[in-house]
Design a binder for this molecule. Structure first.
Ligand code: NDP
Length: 420
């Protein structure tokens, strides 16, 4: 018997909520709270009669700690699942601490306004000292470690697929397959086709910021930063076929470098088609990806927010997306003194996801791990207090849950490696 409060009711949250409702013996009570309550009500209505989970809905502005504290104190959940946006991570963590409730999310903190001088000063210092310039990093949330530990609470960070499952794959490789890991390549392939010339598969603002930023990877104990999209490789993905992929900065590299310190190199690649890249370059060149407000006809607009309003809603891509995703990790290292390679990954079909939960595979591959992460916390399988990323916990029950709830692993002990 447990009560969860889900904050956010977008693409990823909808999948997580639907999947939680299939495990209604654990998720007995759920409150869905978001900025736009009508979306929560619509989902609750859709689930009526299909689950024993008792669902209520509330409106909340998750940027406002006092509103969150009032909601959490009133509902008294066992866990808050933050599936809103990375902008709300710190306010929700703060409210959880004030109310004595466990916390989890699917992406690490970044500020909505990157021109805020107070944030910018910290950011610029971090760029100089750490050597990577992404807007997001773990330092803001790791700063809560001591407070969560003292309060006896758990905060689980980044429990989607990547970050999330990819780190569980690393923990699994470390536990069962290797004595020492030398290199990790995380490969995220979306072989889906939605038929639009240009659309993003999840929140456009978060997605476009991520892919237009410089790439970086971890090598020999330091960050190597490269211009955006300047390292390209080809890979033949199981279930998808040959795709171009590009090296990106990605948040899990930061925590993996800390938690698997022997890894000599950690890289992250994501596939993109030529049409996507051409559109993105063009939008970037004309300033449409900017997060800085500009004056337009007497009022301030933020270009990337305006672009978001023009692009297809990621939630609307579900019925029209065909093809598969393939996300996983390739490792090299040593076992019993011998060299070894290992690839663990999941293949997910967009249309099958749509039939099951009315969403495409991108929301599915994030929402299912969020649900499985919640399951680990609620059933006490992951209970180390403090602020933790997925690789810090036992991967076995989590991967078993993923196998059961729709994201089964596949393994290959003689994979083709990505070129250096
Ligand atoms: P959406 O934009 O579809 O949904 C975001 C939801 O949060 C919406 O319901 C939105 O409300 C709500 N929200 C936004 N601001 C507030 C606020 N101030 N107060 C209350 N609610 C708010 O995003 P996605 O579902 O695509 O993504 C959700 C999260 O998942 C993001 O953090 C994203 O970065 C992460 N993600 C993680 C991945 C991983 O593998 N780890 C992969 C993909 C995404 P409204 O309806 O009013 O806009």
């Amino acid at each position: 018997m447990s009560k969860v409060l889900v904050i956010g009711c977008g693409g990823v949250a909808s999948v997580a909520i639907r999947k939680c409702c299939t495990a209604d013996n654990v998720f007995t009570d759920m409150c869905i709270a978001s900025r736009t309550k009508s979306k929560c009500d619509a989902l609750a209505r859709d689930l009526e009669g299909t689950t024993r989970t008792r669902i209520t809905t509330r409106q909340v502005d998750a940027d406002n700690v006092d509103e969150l504290v009032a909601l959490i104190s009133d509902y008294r959940p066992d866990l808050v699942m933050n599936i809103a946006l990375p902008y709300q991570d710190l306010t929700i963590m703060e409210a959880c601490l004030q109310c004595g409730v466990n916390y989890m999310d699917t992406a690490n903190y970044e500020p909505e306004d990157t021109s805020d001088p107070a944030w910018r000063a910290v950011y610029e210092k971090r760029c100089r000292e750490a050597g990577f310039s992404a807007y997001f990093d773990y330092s803001w949330q790791w700063a809560y470690r001591e407070r969560f530990e003292k309060a006896g609470l758990v905060a689980l960070l980044g429990c989607g697929f990547d970050p999330g499952v990819t780190q569980a794959y690393c923990a699994y490789a470390k536990k069962h397959e290797f004595d020492t890991i030398d290199t990790i390549d995380i490969l995220d392939c979306n072989g889906g086709d939605h038929g639009y010339p240009f659309a993003t598969n999840f929140n456009p603002e978060v997605n476009l910021r991520e892919v237009s930023a410089p790439g970086s990877y971890w090598e020999n104990g330091r960050w190597v930063e490269i211009p955006a999209m300047s390292i390209k490789r080809e890979y033949d993905f199981d279930g998808v076929g040959m795709k171009d992929m590009y090296l990106l900065h990605h948040e899990e590299i930061e925590s993996l470098a800390l938690n698997i310190p022997e890894a000599r190199r950690i890289r992250f690649f994501m596939t993109f088609g030529q049409s996507y890249l051409t559109h993105m370059n063009c939008l970037e060149n004309v300033g449409m990806l900017s997060t800085e407000p500009v004056m337009f006809e007497g009022r301030e607009i933020v270009p990337i927010k305006f672009l978001k309003a023009l692009l297809p809603d990621p939630a609307s891509l579900g019925p029209r997306t065909v093809g598969k995703t393939n996300i996983g990790c390739i490792f090299t290292g040593k076992k019993d003194g011998a060299d070894k390679t290992y690839y663990i990954y999941n293949v997910c079909d967009h249309q099958e996801c749509y039939r099951e939960v009315k969403s495409q595979a991108i929301s599915y591959t994030t929402g299912v791990p969020a649900m499985c992460g919640a399951l680990m916390l609620l059933t006490g399988k992951w209970n180390t207090v403090g602020v933790h990323t997925v690789e810090e916990f036992d991967p076995d029950p989590f991967l078993d849950a993923l196998d059961k709830y729709g994201l089964p692993r596949r393994e290959n002990r003689a994979p083709r490696l990505v070129e250096d």
